[in-house]
Ligand binder design. Structure first.
Ligand code: NDP
Length: 474
């Protein structure tokens, strides 16, 4: 492997305040809950102290959103679009600052936050800005109405991107928002709040309440919230589904996944190897649609595995702010413990574990890229979401067997198919019970494309024209 000189991105572009309040009604205010600290997972350095929103604070935020709803929803779509375009442009202008802050708070490599997260965040705002004055042509009747106040709870794996997925369509449709970022990654949402101010967004249209699960529960359960949007674990998704049942609230749930990445013997192997790496090692595997189960046709199993191991030997793990880094830090000590536990279980259940030799930094939360071979469908590493850089390899002989194994999961969020044959791609796509099926690629996102799951992966679609439906009274 070539040795590269360190190429760290400067931290000087971000100005992290020692403490942050809640963003309610266009202002930063104190929270009445006990503040918490957010740390850099690559160094365990405390970045800032952040307010916790108590149920009373959440109530204040919902009331501010309700008050703002009248004016915001009455604006002509073209006027709402101006704000969204302005936000999108400010995100582009401040993208370096946002990318560095995201990498500091989340642990993801700057290469990804800079080249994937931030461009997609801006693209989402541009895309939904374009819809704001065309809602009457979206297929939901001539004058579709917004729902009201949206309560949104997002996870820590793509903090700013999940915020964009939630806020951009909500505002385009004329709703107002109370959003709770994850406890371990609140900082970019708070910088986004500042950007709302910079864009002149009317007070109360976007409110950001920070805190842990109880704050999320207070948002979801608030009686004056009309729509709940959640991305996170299936377990919490279930609780939310129970909580909103019978309340009249509309809900979309984007939950876990255990995607099959299926490689046929006629696939372009080098491309497939890149796709497998991108599928499971992108964002440290903290990806709900990660290709965490590799299904490889038996005839090319050994060859593909050799190539994959060679490629893993070239991945660089380390400082997320170094532009050469491929694999950053695991987001939290709790997530690291979960990855370790499931990986140890994989070995105990009889699968064979392999990682390239790679030194882990002394401080922070780290896990090496890991492959398990000899995995049976019944193993927990083949069934449960590890949400880390851990790949389970299974084999198949026929397309029918590949479909059977791919669908043998409680989830149904995404899948990948690698083959030269177009007809096989179409046949597989029609058989796979997954919301997204990628062909000869993986983990590709586009604001125009709907995203969502079957079964325990949740319900509702985000992105594209379909994503509007969740925020309209249709
Ligand atoms: P959670 O589902 O607990 O967290 C997602 C968001 O929901 C966070 O903002 C969280 O707050 C909030 N939350 C937690 N409890 C409640 C509640 N009762 N009501 C409303 N909101 C709540 O995921 P974790 O961060 O705990 O991760 C656990 C596992 O979930 C991971 O190991 C992974 O397997 C899976 N996961 C899947 C994701 C996906 O996109 N599919 C994303 C994240 C996790 P807080 O962060 O403060 O706890």
């Amino acid at each position: 492997m070539f040795e590269y000189a360190p190429a760290p991105e400067s931290r000087d572009v971000v100005d992290i305040r020692p403490s942050y309040g809640l963003f309610i009604d266009g202002e930063f205010v104190d929270g009445t809950g006990k503040p918490f600290k957010t740390v850099n997972p690559a160094s365990e350095e405390v970045l800032a102290e952040v307010a916790t929103a108590s149920p009373d604070d959440v109530d204040r935020a919902v009331r501010a959103a309700r008050k703002a709803f009248g004016g915001w929803s009455a604006l002509p779509g073209a006027e709402r679009a101006k704000y969204l375009f302005r936000i999108a442009r400010i995100i582009q202008e401040r993208s370096r600052e946002l990318a560095v802050l995201e990498s500091l708070d989340n642990g993801k490599p700057i290469r990804e936050s800079r080249d994937v997260d931030l461009p997609l965040v801006a693209a989402h705002f541009f895309y939904y800005a374009g819809w704001a004055d065309k809602l009457g042509y979206a297929g939901y009747g001539p004058d579709p109405r917004p729902l009201g106040v949206a309560g949104q709870v997002i996870p820590w794996n793509f903090p700013l991107l999940m915020l964009a997925w939630k806020i951009a369509p909500a505002l385009a449709c004329g709703n107002t928002v109370v959003l709770k970022p994850a406890e371990t990654t609140p900082l970019t949402a708070l910088l986004f709040a500042e950007i709302c101010g910079q864009a002149g967004l009317p007070p109360g249209v976007v409110n950001i309440v920070t805190g842990a699960g109880e704050t999320g529960a207070a948002v979801v359960n608030h009686p004056d919230v009309d729509k709940v949007a959640f991305t996170g674990s299936t377990e919490v998704g279930r609780q939310i589904a129970r909580a909103v049942a019978g309340s009249g609230k509309k809900a979309t749930l984007e939950l876990g996944g255990k995607a099959a990445n299926i490689v046929f013997e006629d696939a372009a192997l080098d491309q497939a190897v890149e796709g497998i790496v991108n599928g499971i090692f992108f964002n440290q595997g903290h990806v709900c649609c990660a290709g965490s189960r590799l299904l490889v046709q038996e005839s090319i199993g050994a060859e593909l595995l050799d190539a994959l191991k060679r490629r893993l030997g070239t991945l660089r793990l380390g400082d997320p702010l170094d532009k050469n880094t491929d694999i950053g830090a695991i987001n939290s000590a709790a997530q690291l413990a979960k990855i370790r536990e499931l990986s140890d279980l994989g070995e105990a259940e009889g699968a064979e574990r392999w990682s390239p030799s790679c030194a882990l930094p002394d401080k922070g939360f780290w896990f090496p890229p890991t492959i398990f071979t000899g995995v049976a469908q019944s193993h927990r590493i083949a069934r449960e979401e590890v949400f880390g850089p851990v790949l389970s390899v299974l084999t198949f002989r026929t397309p029918a067997e590949a479909v059977e194994k791919a669908n043998n999961t409680p989830f149904g969020l995404s899948a990948g198919v690698w083959t030269e044959k177009g007809s096989r791609i179409l046949w597989m796509a029609s058989k796979l019970r997954a919301g997204v099926v990628w062909a000869n690629t993986f983990n590709r996102f586009d604001p125009t494309s709907p995203f969502g799951g079957y079964k325990e992966s949740g319900y509702g679609r985000e992105g594209g024209r379909h994503g509007l439906e969740a925020y309209l009274d249709v």
